[in-house]
Ligand binder design. Structure first.
Ligand code: PLP
Length: 396
């Protein structure tokens, strides 16, 4: 089966991990700090110490989203909004904090949160006194969410922005890397094996705010600190540490951090390989697009670069085929297609919270037509041709 996504691991990655195994620290050692510094160097504008991005690595993006919500003071009585077209973690993180969630519909071309839908929902929420504390836009498939417009709304309506950039390390928005432009309060990346770079499991929160970074770093390790500046009691002794908040064990191991450092060195090549694949897909799928049988996600705008985590297409009604038929037929041809995403609120858990179909019509329509074709750096030209030939045959 040709997978829809997978890691690209080479001998340098293997060597980096094996070296940690025979070192003094398997976790809480020097690699974690080096990994955080490497991502900070990658994101930070050159030459400006004041604009340096703070980075807090965790054992998953899910846990990074959780400590990010905690650091933004999300709690019972608060409302958090996210985009309907995402993985459940984008919304679960707020529920972990005891907050209520709600969902914003998508733009049918970018498949990202719709600025118009967000603005309309905010106006309505203001009249009801039910404004969100945090909005979580998602950079779907690597395409950056419209952060400039969301920042303008955040300033008007007074919410914080937690960008779920799980798909988008290496993506660029308005000419700057996602996580570095400062339009979001916190940006979270995922290093799950199908994402752009991997640490097996792993995530990271990036922020311009030293204070938010300090809180997240404490919360990922039990809420415990040894930092003299934060201690309540001073000069107790060399062994002394304090728990100041109810945190978690969300630490990334040194084995994983070493893999992450090695992977980050190759990120430009990974993204270039994904772009070469997209170029091929576009050429081969053009007849199907022209015939109105499928639709592709909007391409990069000027100043924008998608890291291309996913390659979603939509099977349109004119094809006479349902998404289910096309999905089954491609699977039958040995192609591990997938679907991203079931609108979060349609999961039974969320339906039990009171959500009903019809809340976000564009996200539901997209979901009913969506298929993610294989997209990862090791996908060969022959495999890609097999995917597009199989799709063309099914839709003929
Ligand atoms: C993968 C993903 C997550 C969760 O990432 P983990 O590292 O697996 O916890 C969260 N949000 C989105 C949009 C994702 O794709």
């Amino acid at each position: 089966m040709i997978p829809y996504g997978r890691q690209a691991i080479d001998n340098a990655d293997i060597e980096a991990v094996v070296q940690v195994l025979t070192s003094d620290f398997l976790t809480q050692g020097p690699r974690l700090e080096a990994f955080e510094k490497a991502i900070s160097d990658y994101l930070s504008p050159a030459g400006s110490e004041a604009a340096r991005i703070h980075t807090v690595a965790t054992n998953s993006a899910t846990s990074a989203l959780h400590v990010a919500c905690m650091a933004l003071d999300v709690g019972p009585g608060d409302l958090v909004w996210t985009c309907a077209n995402s993985f459940a973690a984008s919304s679960n993180c707020a529920l972990y904090c005891g907050a209520e969630v709600d969902f914003v519909d998508i733009d049918p071309l970018t498949l990202n949160i719709s600025t118009a839908a967000l603005a309309a929902k905010l106006s309505q929420a203001r009249s009801q006194g039910r404004l969100p504390k945090v909005v979580i836009p998602v950079d779907f498939a690597g395409k950056p969410a419209p952060l400039a417009a969301i920042r303008a709304l955040a300033n008007e309506f007074g919410f914080s922005i937690l960008e779920d950039a799980s798909h988008a390390i290496g993506s660029q928005y308005q000419g700057q890397l996602v996580g570095s432009h400062g339009l979001a309060d916190i940006t979270v990346f995922s290093f799950h094996p199908v994402k752009i770079i991997t640490t097996a499991e792993g995530g990271l929160a990036a922020t311009h705010s030293a204070e938010l970074a300090r809180r997240m770093a404490m919360l990922r390790s039990h809420g415990i600190t040894r930092d003299e500046a934060d201690l309540v009691r001073h000069d107790v002794g060399g062994w002394y540490y304090e728990q100041l908040a109810l945190g978690y064990n969300y630490r990334l191991t040194d084995l994983q951090a070493a893999l992450g450092i090695s992977q980050l060195l190759k990120i430009d090549g990974f993204i270039a390989a994904r772009h070469a694949l997209r170029t091929q897909y576009q050429a081969r799928l053009e007849p199907l697009v022209k015939a109105g049988l499928i639709q592709l996600q909007a391409l990069d705008e000027p100043g924008e670069l998608s890291a291309l985590h996913l390659y979603p297409i939509q099977v349109l009604p004119a094809s006479g085929k349902s998404r289910r038929q096309v999905y089954d037929s491609l699977r039958g041809a040995g192609i591990g297609v997938n679907v991203h995403y079931i609108p979060i609120y349609l999961h039974p858990y969320y339906e039990n919270l009171g959500f009903k179909p019809g809340l976000c019509p564009a996200a539901e329509l997209y979901y009913n037509q969506a298929i993610s074709l294989p997209m990862h750096p090791a996908l060969t030209d022959a495999e890609l041709a097999h995917v597009t030939d199989s799709l063309a045959r099914e839709l003929a």
